[in-house]
Design a binder for this molecule. Structure first.
Ligand SMILES: Cc1cc2nc3c(=O)[nH]c(=O)nc-3n(C[C@H](O)[C@H](O)[C@H](O)COP(=O)(O)OP(=O)(O)OC[C@H]3O[C@@H](n4cnc5c(N)ncnc54)[C@H](O)[C@@H]3O)c2cc1C
Ligand code: SF4
Ligand code: SF4
Length: 368
């Protein structure tokens, strides 16, 4: 989509502008780009005029209508939530999964089911804690492992770096990925690219809702001295109006005001246009005010088929999402878009220059 630019352009247009989301799409496609914790850096110019890195990045020109066409075969009619077939509430049936999960356990239950039934051979999932504060994305080959990945870490990992490296060696041909919206966009750009890459093996994309992620450095400095950072085993952000981050270690549970953490939000999140993983097969998030259910958005026909099978097999249960909650979700998603566009225009000083976003005139009018 944005072919014909080099890693130097990636440095100029994305990395040095504080726009990197740490998705990992540019990592492990060449030897010169590395990720350490949530920091991505080009360690040496590669000398090529045209890099896969620039092509895959979710913060280089991203034509929303073209991506809609590519993923859904049509342009969107819902400008706030993107293409979707259904929106409902859902919950994992298995209480063991629910007890470890972030909200209703739908993501873990679906990924376990996809691996157990052979819909996918492997999955790229993110373990919220891996011997420290950073999450780690790993390739999973058996359904029984999925439960260990339940829960959330609000620091961005680099799942697409794992996809780029690990699936090359794995025997499986069909891959599943769980990711936040910026990671899902990068994955879809990889699938749309003329360059061969591992994303072309991906057959199931479960996207998470996301309003922001925190930087490793900021969160580490904030928590250091308040909790034993090496022993954290769970984060929880209960649905609004709670407005708090709960941190559990082996020995204690502490609560922090979300307002005290906002200063550590990744800079790129302020220009992020997507709250609900609009390009996933299936998107999953919280339900406002309810702890143990998820909002489930089914977007593609493949996603619909898979959800119907999972329901018939007793893996998840669903029920209608009340109109008030639906309206709230749509409002929150539209607000994120308007804020992102306003922030971009504030940065560029020109409403014709939306940095990485390519929107039609009609779409632009809705958000400006
Ligand atoms: C950075 C971040 C911000 C989020 N912000 C919101 C929000 O604003 N509103 C909202 O409704 N929901 C948000 N979520 C999603 C939410 O926390 C749940 O992941 C989602 O609702 C699924 O719930 P579940 O019970 O089905 O998850 P589970 O069954 O517990 O599965 C969680 C899945 O999340 C994945 N995961 C965990 N940490 C990460 C990470 N850092 N990066 C990528 N994948 C990860 C794991 O692979 C696991 O498969 C956010 C998640 C993350 C990671
Ligand atoms: S591809 Fe992802 S990791 Fe690489 S520069 Fe772009 S946002 Fe950052
Ligand atoms: S807000 Fe957007 S850019 Fe930030 S972590 Fe979430 S999806 Fe990525």
């Amino acid at each position: 989509m944005a072919a014909g630019k080099s890693s130097q352009d990636l440095e100029n247009d994305v990395l040095s502008q504080g726009l990197c989301t740490s998705c990992g799409a540019c990592v492990n496609v060449c030897p010169y780009i590395k990720v350490v914790k949530d920091k991505v850096a080009i360690i040496e110019p590669c000398g090529l005029d045209e890099g896969k890195c620039y092509d895959f990045c979710p913060r280089t020109i991203t034509d929303i209508a073209a991506l809609d066409k590519k993923v859904f075969g049509k342009t969107r009619t819902d400008s706030s939530l993107g293409s979707h077939i259904s929106i409902e509430m859902a919950q994992a049936k298995d209480s063991r999964i629910r007890s470890r999960a972030q909200y209703g356990g739908v993501v873990s239950a679906l990924m376990e089911y996809a691996l157990n039934t052979g819909k996918i051979d492997t999955a790229v999932l993110t373990k919220p804690f891996y011997g420290g504060l950073m999450p780690k994305s790993l390739l999973v080959e058996g359904g029984t492992e999925v439960e260990e990945f339940a829960g959330s870490n609000y620091i961005a990992s680099a799942p697409l770096a794992t996809l780029n490296r690990n699936t090359k060696q794995s025997k499986g041909e069909a891959v599943g990925v769980v990711g936040i919206p910026c990671q899902v966009i990068a994955l879809r750009k990889m699938q749309a690219s003329k360059h061969e890459n591992e994303a072309k093996k991906v057959k199931l994309v479960i996207g998470l809702f996301c309003t922001w992620a925190l930087t490793y450095k900021g969160l580490y400095e904030f928590l250091k001295g308040k909790v034993d950072v090496a022993k954290i085993k769970r984060f929880d952000i209960p649905p609004p109006p709670a407005n708090k981050l709960i941190v559990e270690t082996d020995t204690e549970t502490r609560e922090f005001r979300l307002d005290d953490l906002r200063q550590f939000i990744k800079p790129t999140c302020s220009v992020c246009f997507d709250m609900t993983s609009e390009f996933a097969d299936i998107s999953v998030g919280m339900v406002e005010g309810i702890e143990d259910w998820n909002t489930l958005i089914v977007r593609t026909p493949e996603g619909r088929k898979f959800i119907d099978k999972a329901k018939a097999a007793g893996i998840i249960v669903t029920k209608p999402l009340e109109q008030a909650r639906f309206d709230h979700l749509r409002g929150a998603s539209a607000l994120k878009k308007r804020r992102a566009v306003a922030e971009i225009v504030k940065r560029t000083g020109d409403d014709k220059n939306l940095l990485y976003l390519k929107l039609s005139q009609e779409q632009k009018k809705k958000y400006l």
